[in-house]
Design a protein around this ligand. Structure first.
Ligand code: ZN
Length: 368
C-alpha cells in the first residue's frame, strides 16, 4: 500500500509521532507517496479540530485518517462520549474515515497514547509502554482498515413480485422490531451530517459512498431460500413502512461487481440497502436456521467479540462476524460483539431475539 501526508508541516510540532508512524508503515513494507498519486491507499491528514479542512480524495480506494495536530489534548481518563462529542464532527468535516488524537507523553502519564475515533461512533485508546509498542499499535489500528474492501454498491432489479409491494409478515415483524428498538432506547439519533457539511462536501461524500445520512444499526429477516428483507440505508428504524425504501429484498451478492443485488418494485425510487447487507448475506447463506438478524450499537457482558475495528460495510467486518457466528455453540442464536462498535444477534425470528436480549442490553459499548 502507498501512503502519504496531506500536509506534513502541520505536524511539525509532533515530529516524534510523524516519524513513528512513518517508520511503522515502512517497516511493514508500505511506500511513502505523494497524496495526489491515484494509487495512494492511506492519507494521513493533519487537522485543526476547530477549523478542519476537508481532504477530497480521488476515489473510494483512498482511506483518509485525520490527525488532530492542534488544540488541547483530552486527558487519559476522559470518558469516550466527551471525546466523541468533540472530535466526531471534526472527522466528518474533514471527510475522513477515521480520526486520531495523539497525546503527548507527560510527567504524570509517561506512556505513549492516542485516541482513535471511528465512523461507527467508537472512541478507543491505543497505548504502549515503549515507543515501539505504541507505533505497532497505531499501525494495527490503521493499516487493516485502510486495506479493507467496502461492499456498498447496489444493483436494483425491478422484479419484486406484485404481492410483495406492500410487504408481508416479515416486513411487518421488522416494523414492530424497529418501533421496539426505539421504546428500549436502542436507536441512537442519526448524525446530522447535512447540517455540518456544506453542499459541495456533502455531494462529494454522496458520490463516493452513495450515503444519504449516518444512522446506526440495522435489522433483517429471511424471506425464503437465501433471500432476505433488510432495512434501508439511513432510514428511521422506528417508522419502517415502505417497500423499496425502508425494506429492501436482498437477492444476493454479485462478486464481479462487488455489489449487493436487490429486488425492488418498479414504481418506487429505490433506496440503498444498509451497508451491512454483505454481513447478513454471509450469515443467512451459511446458517439455514437463522431466520432474523439484528445489529445494534449496544452491548451485553460476556459475549464473544471480533478483534479488529473494521468499518461497517467492509468484506472484512462481514467475514470476522461470520467467523465468530460459526464458532458459537448455536450459530442460530448467537450474540456477537463487534469491538468498540456494537453487536450482531442471530435468531429464528426478531421476536425471539428481543425476548432473549431484553433486560440484558447496556446502551454503552465498552471501549478498549
Ligand atoms: Zn454498526
Amino acid at each position: 500500500m502507498r501512503y502519504g501526508f496531506s500536509n506534513r508541516e502541520e505536524l511539525d510540532h509532533l515530529p516524534e509521532f510523524l516519524e513513528g508512524l512513518d517508520r511503522a508503515l515502512q517497516a511493514h513494507g508500505h511506500q511513502l507517496a505523494d497524496v495526489t498519486d491515484p494509487e495512494v491507499g492511506l492519507v494521513l491528514h493533519p487537522i485543526d479540530p476547530d477549523a478542519p479542512r476537508p481532504f477530497r480524495r480521488q476515489g473510494r480506494g483512498t482511506y483518509v485518517v485525520s490527525i488532530v495536530a492542534r488544540g488541547p489534548s483530552p486527558s487519559g481518563g476522559e470518558p469516550y462520549e466527551a471525546i466523541l462529542a468533540r472530535y466526531y464532527p471534526a472527522m466528518i468535516r474533514s471527510l475522513a474515515n477515521l480520526l486520531v488524537v495523539p497525546l503527548p507523553p507527560s510527567a504524570d502519564n509517561p506512556k505513549r497514547q492516542a485516541f482513535v475515533v471511528t465512523l461507527e461512533r467508537g472512541a478507543y485508546p491505543v497505548r504502549g509502554n515503549s515507543s515501539a509498542e505504541f507505533y505497532q499499535g497505531m499501525y494495527e489500528a490503521l493499516a487493516p482498515l485502510a486495506q479493507s474492501c467496502l461492499v456498498i454498491d447496489n444493483i436494483f432489479d425491478t422484479d419484486l413480485p406484485q404481492e410483495l409491494w406492500d410487504g408481508d409478515e416479515h416486513t411487518r415483524s421488522m416494523a414492530w422490531a424497529g418501533a421496539r428498538l426505539e421504546e428500549l432506547d436502542l436507536l441512537p439519533a442519526p448524525f446530522p451530517i447535512r447540517e455540518i457539511l456544506d453542499e459541495r462536501d456533502f455531494r462529494h461524500l454522496k458520490k463516493l459512498y452513495q450515503i444519504g445520512g449516518l444512522s446506526y444499526g440495522n435489522l433483517s429477516t429471511r424471506h425464503e431460500g437465501n433471500l432476505f428483507w433488510m432495512s434501508g440505508s439511513g432510514v428511521d428504524k422506528s417508522r419502517l413502512s415502505v417497500v423499496g425504501r425502508d425494506f429492501l429484498l436482498v437477492k444476493g451478492y454479485n462478486r464481479e461487481r462487488n455489489a449487493m443485488v436487490l429486488s425492488v418494485p418498479p414504481h418506487v425510487e429505490p433506496n440503498r440497502v444498509s451497508v451491512d447487507a454483505i454481513e447478513h448475506w454471509m450469515i443467512y447463506t451459511e446458517h439455514p436456521e437463522v431466520g432474523a438478524i439484528l445489529h445494534i450499537h449496544a452491548w451485553i457482558d460476556g459475549i464473544r467479540s471480533t478483534q479488529i475495528n473494521y468499518p461497517c460495510g467492509s468484506l472484512e467486518l462481514a467475514e470476522a462476524v461470520a467467523e465468530a457466528v460459526r464458532q458459537e455453540p448455536d450459530p442460530g442464536r448467537a450474540i456477537i460483539g463487534l469491538r468498540n462498535h456494537g453487536m450482531t444477534i442471530t435468531g429464528p425470528s426478531l421476536e425471539e431475539i428481543f425476548a432473549r436480549i431484553e433486560g440484558r442490553v447496556q446502551t454503552q459499548v465498552p471501549m478498549m
